[in-house]
Design a protein. Structure first.
Length: 226
């Protein structure tokens, strides 16, 4: 576990710098890297900063997603649409290196199986957020997907519209070479404390799956860590 606390105004920039550093190390060591993205406002800002950082060989980076809502890729709620505007359209990333979740497919299970077949055995850099309920990706408290040990992508139901989603499962998070968790705001303070300080309870606080990762927090989100 590593925790970095910074001003809220610097959080996205610091996240981008950590992502860039991890990608550069991965491409230098293995000549290829995999990056899995999260949705959300702060991750979007991080991707916009990431697009400005020089020295990343984007031809060697394959991009995936931790979850996606069951909407078309041009929909305002689409994580893909957000990442395309914030990052993909701003860097020389080959289209063949971008692996979108076809979550709008009416056959959700087939879409999940197709995507897990695309995922590498280990994600080099997995970017995650955390919700005020403690969820991460689209793994919500009490979700049956939290018990999954074989399947790596599953259809899930979220508490907010649109409810139908596809999400990576615990084995993907646990296998990632590096998890970078971004959290800001006082509403995240309680779930951050549970994820990092309480006895691990994935059913209550799914984001605890990434406890051993790098946690980038603003002062408000870190407010209950002591």
């Amino acid at each position: 576990m590593a925790i970095e606390i910074c001003e809220s105004s610097q959080l996205a920039k610091r996240a981008a710098e950590h992502i860039a550093e991890a990608l550069k190390k991965a491409t230098a060591a293995d000549s290829a890297a995999s990056l899995a993205l999260a949705g959300g406002t702060t991750p979007r800002a991080a991707y916009e900063h990431l697009a400005k950082i020089p020295g990343i060989d984007w031809s060697k980076v394959s991009v995936y997603f931790g979850d996606e809502r069951a909407v078309p890729p041009t929909h305002p709620d689409s994580n893909f649409a957000m990442a395309k505007a914030a990052l993909f359209d701003r860097v020389p990333l080959p289209a063949s290196n971008i692996h979108r979740i076809a979550a709008e497919d009416p056959d959700q299970d087939a879409a999940a199986r197709a995507y897990e077949a695309l995922l590498p055995a280990r994600i080099s850099v997995l970017v995650l957020g955390i919700g005020e309920d403690g969820h991460t990706a689209s793994l919500f408290p009490g979700s049956p997907a939290l018990n999954e040990r074989v399947r790596r992508v599953l259809p899930v139901i979220g508490p907010k519209p649109p409810p139908q989603r596809l999400s990576i499962t615990p084995p993907v998070i646990e296998a990632a070479e590096q998890c970078i968790v971004i959290a800001n705001g006082a509403g995240k303070a309680e779930p951050v404390r549970r994820a990092l300080k309480d006895p691990l309870d994935i059913q209550l606080t799914p984001s605890g799956l990434a406890r051993d990762g790098l946690w980038l927090l603003d002062h408000a989100a870190a407010g209950l860590l002591g």
